[in-house]
Design a protein around this ligand. Structure first.
Ligand code: ADP
Length: 313
């Protein structure tokens, strides 16, 4: 488990990370999101003892990184896949890492196999594609068979097959009870991968929530409702619209059906109960979650450092 308490980092007048307090739990994948410059890398660097906090603490299983006895066996990390000697073969790079941490060489071959680089292990890393660099970086993170994995943009540069592989890998690691903390700009992928999300903007915590809750609570989440006939639909719509913060619009329907509406601001359960009280028969009641991309945009609307405008035609 990773524990952050009031974690803060200032660079002169810039507050890179501003009082983060949260727990990143074992046995699940926690996604870490935020616009560029939000403070994600700085947070990860402080957890890994590479940046010193201005205030607050970052602990791994209750201890600061610097006081871990066998750091590489306790925490595996990938921050910058390209930060390695380009002239060295991939296998030698991992062997050097293994030797300096008391890890047997046989483990190097194991992780090379796991990440799919066994056949190119003797090639210079400098000749690798970005995707291969990422796989090598992940191999390095897995080397010590650590309980905690911290991965910054691990799927950057991977092809769809590689992206899926990372998803399966981190989900399997979490299923074994490990702590996985990863950032990514690929929202649809994050939605499939993470159990929980931590979102920051301008260094501050914007959300720390299970994925399902975050998607369900979004203003973009909706419920599709179909009644037996148009009169019922009208009666139900009128009652729903009598409440503030509720919208009900005709559902887009290619067949021109008129018995369906899209409701926002009420859950499927609340709508079902209301219909029951009014004696209205429902033929369909279907919750539609927001996409993570929509929720993320809503959350970070006021936190983007480099905002762009969509030009009107
Ligand atoms: P992210 O990883 O979310 O893109 P960073 O953690 O890299 O964000 O940066 C957070 C903020 O801190 C940014 O405004 C960045 O410019 C600033 N920053 C990061 N590192 C330094 C540094 N060494 N010196 C000055 N400012 C920094």
């Amino acid at each position: 488990m990773i524990t952050l308490r009031g974690l803060t980092k200032r660079h002169g007048d810039t507050v890179a990370v501003d009082g983060l307090t949260l727990d990143i739990e074992d046995g699940q994948v926690t996604g870490f999101l935020g616009p560029n410059g939000a403070g994600k890398s700085t947070t990860m660097r402080m957890i890994l003892g590479l940046d010193r906090p201005t205030a607050g603490r970052a602990l791994i299983d209750g201890k600061p990184y610097a006081s871990l006895r066998h750091p590489v066996r306790e925490v595996g990390s990938l921050l910058d896949a390209k930060a390695l000697h380009p002239g060295r073969p991939a296998r030698s790079h991992l062997i050097a890492q293994a030797r300096s941490n008391g890890i047997p060489v046989r483990r190097v071959d194991e992780v090379l196999e796991t990440v799919g680089l066994a056949t190119v292990a003797r090639r210079r890393a400098g000749a690798f594609s970005l995707g291969m660099y990422q796989r090598l970086g992940i191999a390095g993170a897995l080397l010590g068979d650590p309980k905690v994995l911290i991965l910054d943009e691990p799927v950057n540069g991977l092809d769809p097959d590689g992206v899926r592989w990372v998803r399966q890998l981190v989900r399997a690691q979490a299923a074994q009870g490990r702590t996985v903390f990863l950032s990514s700009h690929l929202m649809s992928e994050m939605q499939l991968t993470a159990d929980r999300l931590v979102v920051i903007g301008r260094g501050r915590l914007l959300a720390d929530t299970p994925m399902a809750e975050l998607l369900a609570a979004s203003a973009s989440a909706s419920v599709r409702v179909r009644t037996a006939g148009p009169d019922d639909l009208r009666a139900l719509t009128d009652r729903l619209l009598a409440h503030d913060g509720v919208s009900a619009e005709p559902a887009p329907s290619p067949g021109g059906e008129r018995n369906e509406i899209v409701v926002r601001g009420r859950t499927a359960g609340e709508i079902g109960d209301l219909a029951h009280r009014l004696g209205i028969r429902l033929h369909q009641l279907h919750s539609v979650s927001a996409s993570l991309e929509q929720v993320y945009m809503e959350l970070t609307e006021h936190s983007v450092e480099y905002a762009t405008r969509t030009e009107k035609a």
